[in-house]
Design a protein around this ligand. Structure first.
Ligand SMILES: Nc1ncnc2c1ncn2[C@@H]1O[C@H](COP(=O)(O)OP(=O)(O)OP(=O)(O)O)[C@@H](O)[C@H]1O
Length: 343
């Protein structure tokens, strides 16, 4: 059974103006998130990502559809049961949401206080978690004395306090610089790996997806327009939106201007060659071209690593008579996509 199942979930808000149309923030979304997944949900601002998180956490009722956690429909629980359910779901936020009047340790203790834990148990658990996130030495500091990345690590410790099986991360690294983002993403990967926590990562940054999500859903205007294994979405994005997101990370296709420049520098016909790790490699492609006896140059692109797996996207210029070039391109073989770049 999936850990989290959304079936045809819709959320409408009342019209902004009287007599206007309702705002459909989430529109018929169905998702299955397996236990232990790091599941990414990506979309531009207004796509409905934060609304979806509030629905999963039962902070708001859905207008239609069902949301099951461990097979239990959270939309139909009593208020008391919903509160209990929520202790099994940790959450971290873009702005960390720490209490500045409390020390780091007492911030981590906060959810345990609310849950009625006794003082000594709370303290023990908070110290243990601060060790886990690498901030044991900051226990008595105040949030304002910490960097953004450290504050988010405190946020993660707090979210884990009650031992949740699910962690929802809503734009958790959007306020951080790239280096600190890596540090926080590494910690989330450790939470997933060592504690087995299912993590749902909401973001507008494809880099974040590439770094930690094993699966991804792309949202646009309240709908999931594409979803799958992260590697598959990166190597074969189907929708324009997914293609645009992929291009923010995998920049190995020349733009129109770059192509004009490249053509002025290199003679011959231009081809793009793409391959995944399903039986192809740069060496095999170049080997086949060399054996075919055509003259070629790699003019753009290279080989990327997505989720530790190889993805090649090369633009080459090939010289020779038309039939020889056609034959050479055919000889590259299966598991490789070859397309001629229109002149
Ligand atoms: N409480 C609300 N009342 C009315 N409309 C809302 C409410 N919350 C969200 N919306 C609308 O629902 C749509 C989706 O918003 P949502 O915040 O879920 O998107 P998002 O993808 O998380 O974007 P962002 O990253 O900008 O928050 C938007 O059009 C937004 O204006």
């Amino acid at each position: 059974m999936p850990h989290i199942t959304l079936r045809d979930v819709t959320k409408e808000y009342p019209p902004a103006k009287r007599g206007g149309d309702p705002v459909v923030a989430v529109d018929g979304v169905s998702l299955e998130i397996e236990r232990g997944d790091v599941f990414g949900i990506i979309g531009y601002s207004g796509a409905g990502k934060s609304t979806l998180v509030r629905l999963i956490n039962a902070l708001e009722p859905a207008t239609a559809g069902s949301i099951e956690i461990d097979g239990v429909d959270v939309t139909r629980l009593s208020a008391t049961k919903q509160r209990q359910m929520r202790t099994g779901v940790g959450m971290i936020f873009q702005r960390f949401n720490l209490l500045n009047s409390r020390s780091v340790r007492r911030n981590v203790e906060y959810p345990l206080e609310v849950a009625g834990w006794k003082g000594s148990d709370r303290k023990k658990r908070a110290v243990e978690l601060l060790e886990f996130v690498g901030l044991a030495d900051k226990a008595d500091n105040y949030p304002e004395q910490l960097s953004g990345g450290q504050q988010q690590r405190v946020g993660i410790a707090r979210a884990l306090a009650a031992n949740p099986a699910i962690l929802l991360a809503d734009e958790a690294t959007s306020a951080l610089d790239p280096e600190t983002t890596d540090e926080v993403l590494d910690l989330l990967a450790k939470v997933n790996r060592e504690l087995g926590v299912t993590i749902v990562v909401i973001t507008h940054e494809m880099e974040v997806i590439a770094r930690i999500a094993t699966k991804v859903a792309v949202m646009e205007r309240g709908r999931v327009v594409e979803q799958g294994e992260t590697y598959d979405v990166f190597t074969q994005p189907q929708t324009t939106t997914a293609q645009r997101f992929v291009r923010t990370v995998v920049r190995n296709l020349p733009t129109g201007d770059e192509l004009i420049e490249l053509r002025s520098q290199h003679e011959g016909r231009f081809f793009t060659i793409s391959f995944t790790d399903a039986g192809a490699s740069e060496a095999r492609v170049f080997g086949a071209l060399a054996r075919a006896g055509v003259d070629f140059n790699l003019v753009y692109g290279g080989v990327d690593s997505i989720q530790g797996r190889v993805y090649g996207l090369l633009t080459i210029a090939v010289r020779g008579d038309a039939a020889a070039v056609d034959e050479a391109m055919r000889s590259i073989g299966s598991n490789v996509t070859v397309e001629e770049v229109a002149a």
